[in-house]
Write a protein that binds this ligand. Structure first.
Ligand code: ATP
Ligand code: MG
Length: 567
């Protein structure tokens, strides 16, 4: 990891792990996992979970597995698997060994289900989904026992085998745990362990037509992988009793035999589930379902739209992995949910880019300037970073015709305006002080060109006998390169589009979240094929070359973030 990453601060999970190490609970091992479901792209919330799981393992000499929690094949795909792997590597983390898949444990999972049936702890139920819901009861009323609850072990084994063999239609039967229909915790009211789904799976093909549920799969997958600490988000707190029930109902020895630790002489210790609060950011959405809706309905250009808080989108926008890691560390880990201010993320980003992004000049709204006393092009040498000489220098051509930003010129004097005015002077960044001698207008009266003269005695020194305060950026009109620039604003106009009272979050999209500028002019060095991808455009902000749309004749730069917070 990069040297300037924030130093870790303590939190309840770090403390728990320190205690477990001290007491030798897991023989001194720390083994975590990051378990995404491949049904969408990763977002900033996942980054928090990734930093936590990989970070905490690394800090304690342990390992973190990447496990795709792929038990719901209808919504999953290989595209998502590939994107997730790519995102994690980009964030700067390496998983332990091969990528894991819950689906690769389908056979042992089936075997453990048979074990539960044999112990009288699971049964095949013929209730339809609707009927089962009705039997389940509510938060205030206990459920009722299924009429199929007392089937014999032999009948259950036979029916479960026939479920696997494909004898029954989707939804016709299910395998349920036999726990307690009167439990105050609805998760414990005979939860479903297996469903019949005649669907193709992206990893196992057509080998299975019964699929285990998330709750059943997750705890056993953790146990098989010898996970010591299973960190998940708060909504799973009420599932923890089920997590523990399933593992404790199985013979410990049979788990160990099926696990990565089969050959270890150490006693086997079950994994511990611990919950932490989800990360939420204001002015955006992080729910995968909502992100998917934005993508599927074409409200954004794709999962990697630079306005989205997906890792793919943020990367394309120019966010750096170091900034995201620092942000996740500074947000901390807590047990209560809160919405984090986007400004905090932007602060981490500016800090990283200010320190590391090379500088360049790009004029977003060009106004032509002719320098009457410059005839031969001049090659200036400017530092790539004002504070880091080691980042080198670049050649910047100064020519007779240049462009400056329209915003940097006023035809009339304006109080407080320190840039160029008719008859006034300003310094061109890294070059001469110029004076505006004449303003040309087109047929509509719009300013079309400025005629200026340079004070040739001002390269690297102040003009004599007067002070020139303003400094503006500029680009050669003849040697600069025309590029497109995309400016971004918040995706939503309201602070919490995910709030319960918001009926249709898509109604609150910011219509001005994307502004496309064409004909912007960038200095040639920054547009060359071997140039850096990301820059601070002086006086404008941080920008990065768009990885998707820069392939044609015109380069496209995405605004990563403005120089200073404006909201
Ligand atoms: P979503 O709520 O966006 O649909 P999910 O929890 O269904 O996400 P998974 O792919 O199952 O998505 O998540 C993988 C891991 O990332 C889980 O351990 C989950 O708890 C964690 N995670 C998901 N969203 C967040 C978040 N906003 N903050 C922190 N961790 C998260
Ligand atoms: Mg999930």
């Amino acid at each position: 990891m990069a040297e300037h990453d924030a130093t870790p601060s303590s939190n309840f999970i770090r403390q728990m792990i320190a205690e477990d190490l001290a007491s030798q609970k897991h023989e001194g091992r720390v083994q975590t996992r990051f378990p995404p479901e491949p049904n969408g792209y990763l977002h900033i919330g996942h980054a928090k979970s990734i930093c936590l799981n990989f970070g905490i393992a690394a800090e304690n000499g342990g390992q973190c597995n990447l496990r795709f929690d792929d038990t719901n094949p209808a919504k999953e795909s290989q595209e998502f698997v590939d994107a997730i792997k790519n995102n994690i590597s980009w964030l700067g983390f390496a998983w332990s060994g091969e990528v894991r898949y819950s689906s690769s444990y389908f056979e042992p999972l089936y075997g453990f289900a048979v074990q539960l049936i044999e112990k009288g702890l699971a049964y095949v139920c013929d209730l339809s989904a609707d009927e089962a819901r009705e039997y389940r009861g509510t938060l205030t009323e206990p459920g009722r026992n299924s009429p199929f609850r007392e089937r014999s072990v032999e009948e259950n084994l036979d029916l479960f085998a026939r479920m696997r063999a494909g004898e029954f239609a989707d939804g016709e039967r299910s395998l349920r745990a036999k726990i307690d229909m009167a439990s105050p915790n609805i998760n414990m009211r005979d939860p479903v362990l297996y469903r019949i789904r005649h669907v193709h799976h992206h990893q196992t093909g057509d080998a299975w037509c019964i699929y285990p549920t998330y709750d059943y799969t997750h705890c056993i997958s953790d146990a098989i992988e010898g996970i010591t600490h299973s960190l998940c988000t708060l909504e799973f707190e009420d599932h923890r009793p089920l997590y523990d029930w399933i593992l404790r109902s199985l013979a410990l020895d049979s788990i160990k035999q099926a696990s990565d630790l089969a050959d270890s002489p150490a006693p086997y210790v079950l994994p511990q589930q611990t919950e932490f609060a989800k990360l939420k950011l204001n002015y955006t959405v992080v729910g995968k379902r909502k992100l998917k809706q934005l993508v599927d309905e074409g409200l954004v250009s794709g999962w990697d739209d630079p306005r989205l808080p997906t890792l793919a989108g943020m990367r394309r926008r120019g966010y750096t992995a170091a900034a995201l890691r620092n942000f996740c560390e500074s947000v901390g880990v807590a047990r209560s949910e809160s919405q984090v201010d986007l400004a905090m993320l932007e602060h981490s980003l500016r800090e990283d880019l200010d320190a590391n992004a090379p500088r360049a000049m790009c004029v977003l709204r060009p106004l032509k300037v002719t320098l009457t006393n410059i005839d031969e092009p001049l090659e200036l040498s400017l530092p790539n970073h004002p504070k880091k000489e080691e980042m080198g220098r670049r050649a910047v051509p100064l020519t007779k015709e240049i462009v400056i930003d329209r915003e940097d010129f006023r035809a009339e004097l304006e109080p407080g305006f320190k840039r160029l005015v008719a008859g006034g002077e300003v310094r061109l960044r890294g070059a001469y002080v110029i004076r505006c001698d004449e303003v040309l207008r087109d047929a509509n009266g719009e300013i079309s060109e400025l005629i200026c003269s340079a004070d040739l005695n001002t390269l690297g020194k102040n003009p004599e006998g007067r002070k020139v305060k303003g400094v503006i950026h500029w680009v050669s009109a003849t040697q600069g390169i025309s590029v497109d620039v995309r400016l971004y604003d918040r995706l939503f106009t309201i602070e919490n589009p995910e709030a319960r009272e918001v009926e249709d979050f898509t109604q609150h999209l910011n219509a001005d979240s994307l502004q496309q500028l064409s004909g912007c002019m960038i200095e040639p060095a920054a547009a060359s094929p071997d140039a850096a991808q990301s820059f601070q455009f002086e006086r404008e902000g941080y920008f990065t070359r768009d990885s998707e749309d820069s392939t044609g004749d015109v380069l496209v730069f995405n605004q990563t973030i403005s120089l200073r917070a404006s909201h």
